[in-house]
Design a protein around this ligand. Structure first.
Ligand code: SF4
Length: 317
């Protein structure tokens, strides 16, 4: 969840379970609203800032029965499904089938992709639109090969530019503009800062929205124990994440499965969301005890966010 969304959150608090008298009480959703599914572990890029190439999960591809069970468990909940995690979604050729399965008989479901677009052929783009995709986000961190290619290693900028532009032409000219949200987004770094104005000028007329964001830091990438952030976390209020092996984890940044909260082969999605492991971890986060959660003990997400509106008046709040 982004800080601006949390500021406007109106939801009721879900009992966090363990840990009486937490310093904060965050409004965890009664059911997840966003589900991310790692349908494959692979990516077509080797970006220096991303730990994707460290993943050695088995299986490398989520079995059909597993992603279908996750979808079946959550039909009618108004979920936005993201059929990818740390991987590039279109490495998985099943994506049009996955979108169709999610959308069939569930008018509340939405499907969202975030792609680098290298593998997004015209044919695949049309299949996804016909299948009912709702949101397409394109991550393009630069406006030239010189700035783009050192950060998205292995992907030719010219191909990304051509394929994204072509998809957006089809979206615009073939009647999808009012049905599908499209976004082109860039992480701002010193190397591409001088291109932001040209980037906006090119992409703004071609998509629904242009977003320029700041670089974030993955947990366990140089943070020191003494710098632990003793605050809750916004990322876990209404999102759930599944790996190819069926494990559900607390956070999408948990590349190495340090904070597993259940497995969908043994439990339903709802049982995992409200299960003991998830409730204990939420209680620790609500008490500002990231230091007691292995994954979170080296994470500085939301360190500058003011959690005051969620304070309970408990110890030290
Ligand atoms: S690692 Fe922990 S503290 Fe960091 S974003 Fe994920 S859940 Fe929040």
């Amino acid at each position: 969840m982004r800080p601006a969304q949390a500021d406007n959150w109106q939801g009721a608090a879900l009992d966090a379970g363990a840990g009486a008298g937490p310093r904060w009480r965050l409004p965890y959703a009664a059911r997840p609203r966003y589900l991310q599914l790692e349908t494959v572990t692979k990516c077509n890029a080797k970006c220096p800032f991303c730990p994707q190439n460290e993943i050695v999960r088995d299986p490398a591809r989520m079995p059909d029965a597993m992603w279908k069970k996750i979808v079946d468990d959550t039909r009618g909940w108004g979920v936005t499904y993201r059929p990818f995690l740390t991987n590039e979604p279109f490495v998985d050729k099943r994506q049009p089938e996955i979108v169709r399965y999610i959308k069939q008989n569930d008018p509340t479901a939405r499907v969202e992709f975030n792609t680098n677009a290298e593998l997004l052929t015209e044919e695949l783009g049309r299949e996804l639109l016909d299948a009912g995709v709702d949101i397409m986000r394109f991550s393009i961190d630069g406006f030239s090969a010189a700035t783009y290619e050192p950060s998205r290693v292995g992907i030719p900028y010219a191909k990304v530019l051509e394929r994204t532009t072509r998809f957006l032409e089809i979206w615009d000219q073939e009647g999808w503009r009012d049905k599908v949200f499209t976004e082109v987004r860039m992480i701002e770094v010193p190397e591409n800062r001088h291109e932001i104005a040209d980037y906006r000028a090119y992409w703004a007329p071609r998509c629904t929205e242009v977003l320029v964001t700041q670089l974030y830091q993955w947990p366990w990438t140089g943070q020191k124990p003494e710098d632990v952030v003793k605050k809750p976390c916004l990322k876990v209020l209404d999102e759930m994440f599944f790996y190819t092996d069926g494990n559900a984890t607390l956070c999408c940044w948990d590349v190495h499965e340090k904070a597993v909260i259940g497995n969908v082969l043994e439990q339903s999605v709802q049982e995992i969301w409200q299960g003991h492991a998830a409730r204990c971890l939420r209680a620790l986060l609500d008490d500002g005890r990231r230091d007691l959660i292995h994954l979170c003990s080296r994470c500085n997400a939301y360190k500058d966010y003011d959690f005051g509106r969620f304070a309970t008046g408990g110890a030290g709040a």
